[in-house]
Ligand binder design. Structure first.
Ligand SMILES: CC(C)(COP(=O)(O)OP(=O)(O)OC[C@H]1O[C@@H](n2cnc3c(N)ncnc32)[C@H](O)[C@@H]1OP(=O)(O)O)[C@@H](O)C(=O)NCCC(=O)NCCS
Length: 193
């Protein structure tokens, strides 16, 4: 089932049509377009872990695998109906009663050609709405220090930085720091200022 809802397409006069939806299967060109978008983001330096694009069959297997993981919800962003980015909500496994209301926002990216249309903000909003609907209270995320646009986005959406790991990512022999953020979806302050 695809959760696409045509009412969610946002198009102001003279602007590109943007929408975000949760997908539970890949229809038509969506898997191909998602791979294209991910490859473009990876080549641009923001590839949620990948440093260079993997072979296409590996990328396709990855996305198909995401849909099979019970705790993962995949959201895609569309620009003019073409998949241009995505993010995932990772809910806690059922055995983790102590963290039953804690989730992760991960693997968020928008292809370079689709940036600046508000899609990333829409994706995060959609993930937060889904998290609330799933009974989650806290969302965690982490981001490499070099991802300035993403850091700005999360800060403006109420995410609080609570820590920095100096050995977050090893890239071409050099360690990069990464920042850890969290947000209380009830609007309360999850960490001291
Ligand atoms: C971060 C990213 C997802 C933003 O995508 P986008 O669709 O262009 O973002 P939006 O148009 O929704 O912009 C939302 C906010 O992000 C911030 N932002 C976006 N681009 C920015 C830039 N170049 N510089 C600074 N802030 C920026 C702004 O706060 C912006 O809000 P504003 O338009 O009100 O100023 C995209 O640049 C990206 O994929 N980067 C590489 C991957 C990555 O860093 N992923 C996050 C890993 S956790």
């Amino acid at each position: 089932m695809s959760a696409r809802n045509e009412r969610d397409v946002i198009q102001e006069p003279g602007q590109a049509a943007v929408m975000v939806e949760r997908v539970t299967e890949f229809l038509g060109p969506d898997l191909h377009d998602l791979c294209d978008a991910a490859e473009a983001a990876i080549s641009d330096g923001g590839g949620f872990g990948w440093l260079k694009p993997p072979p296409r069959h590996v990328m396709e297997t990855y996305w198909k695998g995401v849909l099979l993981v019970p705790e993962r919800d995949l959201f895609v962003a569309r620009l003019e109906r073409t998949v241009a980015g995505s993010a995932q909500l990772v809910r806690p496994p059922r055995y983790n009663e102590a963290q039953a209301t804690v989730g992760h926002l991960t693997t968020s990216f928008i292809a370079p050609w689709a940036r600046g249309h508000g899609l990333a903000r829409m994706v995060v909003q959609e993930v937060e709405d889904a998290a609330r609907a799933a009974g989650l209270r806290i969302l965690n995320l982490d981001v490499r220090e070099t991802q300035e646009a993403a850091i700005k986005l999360y800060e403006t959406m109420g995410y609080r930085r609570w820590g920095t790991h100096p050995h977050y990512a090893l890239i071409e022999g050099r360690w990069h720091a990464g920042h850890y953020f969290c947000k209380d979806l009830n609007g309360e302050n999850p960490v001291p200022a």
